[in-house]
Design a protein around this ligand. Structure first.
Ligand code: ANZ
Ligand code: ZN
Length: 851
């Protein structure tokens, strides 16, 4: 068996496709647009990871299939090149990040070319290109003007290693998403995007989009909607009488009568505000101090629930008017609800543990002998469980009880229904160099005169027409080192931050933070469609939008762009990793919604369909450099060719589940590809003889299955089916006449083309075709052939042969019987009603026993 020369074949066709612009798409002329989007990578210095080859080539296989089915498939690619990841690497090797990026970019694009993806290279983009980040800055300004970007002092996540703040979404199990260092909290003045004003829509739209279910669930949980009641507890001090009442948030108002004490978070304002009334201030202060030095997550997961009784302050139960003790305890979170809870130890585990520790009373409001009944159990059985120890509410079931208690509280002005969300505003500023400078300035003289665009305690914006605000040029790699002061690297570049205020022409100072790379990636899919437009970020209704940004572009061109946006937006199919569930996928939805509200675009959800792919492992473990088990795709491309690697990756497992890499498996697949090559070579050498046509039923059936599986991205079963076809072909090859062999091999090659695009193209041309195989149409299953491939089944009734019936070769008993009953001359022998017994030998004989 010959090994084919994959090196020359692959490079030849890659060049051919580029020379003839095979993958360049006419966006405006397209009649059946299919936007096949893959998540652009953060380029790392090591280059393309085999995991990325897995996903990109899988998405490409799908895209090629859709193109063969008549769609205008747009498959762009770019680099999410700004960000801590790249910058940390440049710092490590002490090189200028601009230079490192240039090098990495080149390497990435070369590697990706080698995978044979049908990328439209005329539309690539990099987030660090000023032509791109100018518009990222522009989006920042639009959000600011719409009241969706603001600055505030808050306790934020700080990565001590990256020396920058991070968003909540970038903290994964208390660690920095980029470097894995444990995060700390730090109170700082930061820029936020008001994602919380979209909470309800972000939630309810999830029902309307076709996304992987687990990703939707992840977003729902992250948004964390809780419907409940805010209940007011009067407070009074033994010495000084009535104080400000305490408000608590509860999802379980029906358990109110079981509340035996109240708990506030160490950060609750009462502790500072009512200092003079606290009898044991020193003890309380010491506890608070200790609690504040522990991270909230540690506090939350701590098994032992600790706290301190606040002496001198007493709470009043809103129904019974009983006096309840007030505690401060660190299991109550400072940034959720009112930082205070009504403790119901009989039904809430945390309260139970606390009550147990401090010997507090436990009052069960469910009619039962048990000590503890979890609230989720009450909710599940709300219609059956009856209330006890609940005074005037006794005997009601919990459904009625909830209503009555809420009604009572509202009448007494002691409660109101309210909804809480866990989602917080998105912290976007970073104290780093490698990102788009936030295009805002601080001008003292404007602020003092309280005019211009500096009306409030907010900085002003840099004029849109003067964007981009360029990053300062670096002298050496060390210039970007974050110093941990809480100020970004840009604060060390006076030429950068000293500016003339565009409004009053006095001296002003630029913001020196940059925005996070997730801002860059929140809108890149819009830009791919408009990379050739310098005057606008994307096709949007700039004439009628709320911000009245008037780009220097002719009306005609603008309308062309708007039409293009309408044609291509939103993205048809987006495929990527689950790790972005609450990061990129949430942020992109928010930005799209904001642009929609501002009137620029006419869709509010960016991705109609989102499919989450699986991950590949090595010997069951995640690949990582430190474990030394990373597969370098280049090596395998060299040895076996990209086609073999692609085919192997498709075969590894279901695309949404990933698989485990094995060199043996890889080699086996390469042998299979060589076998395909040799089958075609032997066909090309063969004579144009005659013969009798062979029944192609098994082949047609395989095509049907492959078509079906391709639609669902079940590539592994497609490959298995291709193997079946090869076996079938080899068995029948010698019987088939030349024309039939040719037609079978041509159809097979078309099916192979999305998997092994280079070799398929090579063999197609060898078969003397003059145009690319990738422009061919996907084979249609010829239903008549399926019918010709019938079986002739001898029908016996009560042991006597009564005739022959034709059915599909794999027809089931029911179908055969149905056919028989249509043929009068056989059917007349079958007694009406259900036959007593049927013996059916598939595809051969059916014996019907009447009695
Ligand atoms: C009384 C109660 C009884 C509660 C019961 C639950 C079960 P979710 O669903 O996550 O919104 N809670 C309120 N604010 C809190 C805070 N700042 N820190 C810690 N816990 C807080 O949780 C709402 C429940 O969490 C609230 O309902 C409150 O406890 C507690 F059988 O009130 B519950
Ligand atoms: Zn000014």
């Amino acid at each position: 068996m010959e090994n084919y020369d994959h090196r020359s074949i692959e490079s030849r066709w890659q060049k051919f496709w580029e020379d003839y612009n095979l993958n360049k798409i006419d966006l405006d002329g397209a009649s059946k647009p299919f936007y096949n989007l893959m998540m652009f990578p953060y380029p790392s210095a090591e280059g393309l990871h085999i995991g990325s080859v897995y996903t990109f080539s899988g998405i490409d296989t799908y895209g090629r299939f859709m193109r063969m089915r008549g769609y205008d498939v747009f498959e762009p690619f770019g680099l999410d090149g700004f960000g801590i990841h790249s910058e940390n690497y440049a710092i490590k090797i002490k090189e200028n990040i601009h230079d490192v990026s240039k090098r990495t970019q080149k390497h990435y694009y070369e590697q990706l070319r080698r995978t044979g993806n049908m990328i439209d290279w005329s539309r690539k983009l990099e987030t660090y290109d000023p032509k791109y980040y100018r518009w990222t800055q522009w989006i920042f300004l639009q959000l600011f003007k719409a009241g969706l970007a603001y600055r505030k002092e808050e306790s934020v996540n700080w990565c001590p290693s990256c020396k920058t703040v991070l968003s909540d979404e970038q903290v994964i199990e208390r660690k920095c998403e980029r470097c894995g260092t444990e995060i700390t909290k730090r109170s700082m003045n930061q820029w936020f995007f008001r994602i919380t004003s979209f909470t309800e829509r972000l939630l309810s739209n999830l029902d309307k989009i076709d996304w992987a279910e687990d990703v939707k669930t992840g977003q729902r949980n992250w948004i964390g909607k809780s419907e409940g009641e805010e209940i007011v507890f009067e407070l009074f001090s033994k010495n000084e009488g009535v104080l400000e009442p305490l408000r608590v948030f509860t999802t379980a108002p029906e358990t109110l009568m079981g509340c035996t004490f109240l708990v506030i978070a160490p950060e609750h304002p009462l502790i500072i505000g009512e200092q003079s009334k606290i009898g044991n201030l020193a003890e309380v202060d010491a506890y608070v101090k200790k609690a504040k030095s522990t991270s909230e997550l540690d506090r939350q997961i701590a098994k032992e629930k600790t706290g301190v009784l606040i002496k001198g302050i007493i709470a009043i139960h809103p129904v019974t008017k009983a006096e309840l003790p007030l505690y401060v305890a660190d299991y109550v979170l400072s940034n959720y609800g009112n930082a205070a809870v009504m403790a119901v130890p009989a039904h809430d585990e945390r309260d139970y543990a606390f009550a147990h520790n401090y010997s507090l009373p436990v009052v069960n409001v469910v009619k039962t002998d048990r000590d503890f009944v979890g609230y989720s159990e009450i909710k599940l059985n709300a219609a059956q469980y009856t209330m006890a120890n609940s005074g005037i509410f006794d005997g009601l079931n919990f459904m009625e009880g909830r209503k009555s208690i809420i009604g009572y509280l509202e009448k007494e002005k002691k409660g109101r229904t309210t909804t809480l969300y866990k989602l917080r505003d998105w912290c976007v500023s970073r104290q780093r160099y490698w990102g788009p400078p936030i295009p805002m300035i601080f001008c003292k003289s404007c602020l003092n005169r309280n005019e211009g665009y500096y009306k409030e305690e907010m900085p002003g914006w840099w004029p849109e027409e003067n964007l981009p605000v360029l990053l300062p040029v670096l002298k050496d790699g060390n210039d970007t080192l974050p110093d941990g002061s809480g100020k970004g690297a840009l604060s060390r570049f006076p030429d950068f931050y000293n500016v003339v205020c565009p409004h009053c022409k006095e001296d002003a100072i630029r913001e020196t933070d940059v925005s996070d790379s997730f801002v860059d990636s929140s809108w890149y899919f819009l830009r791919y469609l408009f990379t050739e437009f310098d005057e606008i970020p994307f096709g949007g209704d700039f004439e009628n939008s709320r911000s009245h940004f008037l780009p220097g572009i002719s009306r005609e061109k603008l309308h062309e762009a708007i039409d293009r946006m309408k044609k291509w937006g939103p993205v048809t199919s987006y495929i990527g990793g689950r790790e972005h569930t609450v990061l990129h996928l949430l942020y992109a939805r928010f930005i799209t919604m904001a642009l929609y509200d501002m009137g620029y675009i006419n869709f509010e959800e960016p991705f109609t369909k989102f499919y989450a792919h699986g991950l590949i492992t090595k010997d069951g473990a995640k690949m990582s450099k430190s474990k030394g088990n990373v597969i370098n795709p280049d090596e395998y491309f060299d040895k076996f060719g990209a086609d073999s690697v692609r085919m192997y990756l498709r075969f590894m497992g279901p695309f949404d589940q990933g698989g485990d890499w094995s060199d043996t498996g890889m080699k086996g697949m390469h042998r299979f590809i060589c076998k395909i090559y040799n089958i075609y070579q032997s066909f090309l050498r063969s004579e144009e003889g005659q013969g009798e046509m062979v029944n192609t039923f098994p082949f047609e059936k395989s095509i049907m299955k492959i078509t079906n599986d391709m639609e669902q991205l079940k590539f592994n079963t497609c490959v298995a089916e291709i193997m079946k076809i090869i076996n079938w072909y080899q068995k029948n090859e010698l019987k088939m006449p030349y024309i039939q062999r040719r037609s079978v091999l041509e159809e097979l090659l078309i099916i192979l083309a999305p998997f092994i695009p280079h070799l398929a193209e090579e063999l197609w041309f060898q078969m003397t075709h003059k145009t690319s195989i990738h422009l061919e149409k996907w084979p249609k299953v010829d239903e008549t052939k399926l019918y010709v491939s019938e079986a002739k089944i001898a029908v016996q009734v009560d042991g006597k042969t009564r005739g022959v019936v034709s059915t599909l070769i794999d027809a089931e008993q029911e179908q055969v019987l149905e056919e028989i009953m249509k043929i009068e001359r056989i059917a007349k022998f079958v007694k009406p009603g259900k036959p007593k017994k049927i013996i059916y030998i598939k595809g051969k004989v059916m014996n019907i026993v009447n009695s």
